[in-house]
Write a protein that binds this ligand. Structure first.
Ligand SMILES: *Cc1c(COP(=O)(O)O)cnc(C)c1O
Length: 360
């Protein structure tokens, strides 16, 4: 393996080196079968075993109850923005959304194509620097579901706990799935593009409560019905085989790390020194309000765009890559998902102190 730098990319994001090595070998010769992994039929015994193991591991690691299906879909997390209301919202029916960032706003736009949308909370006016507490919004009694984004990748905010409202929850967990334990039974549907916390781009995992599968209208195209994929164990058509396989390897790795509770502890230990640096060094200002701070994406600014550019450039020169903030908010962002190593955080914290001393 060549020498690796620290990759703070928000997604696709860093993966465990052992996963990359195993995948690299399997691509050429899958478990010494004489066939490369990406040449295998998705209906072959060998690949079916991969898909089954991957699903079983996700179920185990998330504690998914038996009355939920785990689906491997394509079209990215962004396709779920329309698939959710297309499958779950009858025309004239209402759904409630929390506008906590660009990904939430995009989902709101799509939901409006299918039903009535109640935006119960928005932090758009304050550049999405916080997520709401339960007592800051209400949900209409006739609403079908409460949709929210657990971790707002661009702004570095995260729901510290799941909304405790008396309504079915639906969540986009693309950037914090399996970073902490979650009670799946509170949700009707959870989805996540794999490329932040689960593996490479190309597969989207959807966890759907079974009784919701029949809500879909008959005018919805076959491929866009959750039921289609649920009935065929995600093999209605060719699934994204390579991505699915890699998710399986990442799940094995996560299990070895101790699972969701163990990784949450590690994630807290990684985020804490970064926020401490932001709070203690006058050169840096955190974007997210303290109560809403994300353990996955740490966002901060320096006094000027010029200093930010210099910070990112000098960090890059010592192997700290991918620290540029999203183009819509600027500044800096350190994405430290499950697979991001602690040593990278330590090196960034040391660099921040050094940079502050020289430029403060
Ligand atoms: C990255 C991201 C998306 C978009 O994912 P795609 O797979 O590129 O469509 C959606 N939601 C959240 C929270 C994200 O972080």
């Amino acid at each position: 393996m060549p020498e690796r730098i620290f990759n703070f990319s928000p997604g696709p994001a860093t993966l465990p080196p052992a996963v990359l090595q195993e995948a690299a070998a399997d691509i050429v010769n899958f478990k010494n079968s004489g066939i490369g992994l990406i040449e295998l039929s998705h209906r072959s015994k060998a690949f079916m075993a991969v898909a089954e193991e991957t699903e079983a591991l996700i179920r185990e690691l998330m504690g998914i109850p038996n009355n939920y299906k785990v689906l491997f879909l394509q079209g990215g997390a962004s396709s779920q923005f329309f698939m959710v209301p297309m499958n779950l919202l009858g025309s004239g029916q209402k759904a409630t959304y929390l506008n906590t960032g660009v990904w939430a706003k995009k989902a709101i736009k799509e939901a409006k194509l299918f039903g009535q949308v109640e935006v119960a909370y928005s932090s758009e006016e304050i550049t999405y620097k916080r997520v709401p507490r339960d007592d800051e919004y209400t949900v209409s009694a006739d609403s079908q579901y409460l949709y929210f984004v657990t971790n707002n990748t661009i702004y570095g905010t995260q729901f510290p706990t799941m909304p405790a409202k008396d309504i079915m929850l639906i969540a986009d967990m693309s950037s914090d799935i399996l970073s902490r334990p979650v009670d799946v039974s509170k949700f009707g549907l959870i989805f996540a593009g794999a490329q932040k916390n689960m593996g490479p781009a190309g597969v989207t995992v959807a966890i759907v409560r079974e009784d919701l599968l029949d809500r879909v209208g008959d005018k919805v195209p076959t491929m866009l019905k959750y039921k289609t994929h649920a009935d065929k164990d995600s093999m209605f058509n060719t699934p994204p085989c390579f991505s699915l396989y890699c998710v399986g390897l990442v799940m094995r790795w996560l299990k070895q790390m101790g699972g969701a509770a163990a990784i949450e502890k590690i994630n807290r230990e990684k985020a804490a020194p970064l926020y401490e640096a932001i709070d203690s060094l006058a050169l840096y200002r955190g974007h997210a309000e303290k109560e809403s701070r994300s353990l996955m994406n740490v966002t901060f600014n320096l006094p000027t765009p010029e200093l930010e550019a210099q910070f990112i450039r000098e960090a890059g020169a010592i192997g700290l890559d991918g620290l540029k903030g999203h183009r819509s908010v600027g500044g800096c962002r350190a994405s430290i998902y499950n697979a991001f190593p602690k040593e990278g955080v330590e090196k960034l914290v040391a660099f921040m102190a050094d940079f502050a001393k020289k430029n403060g």
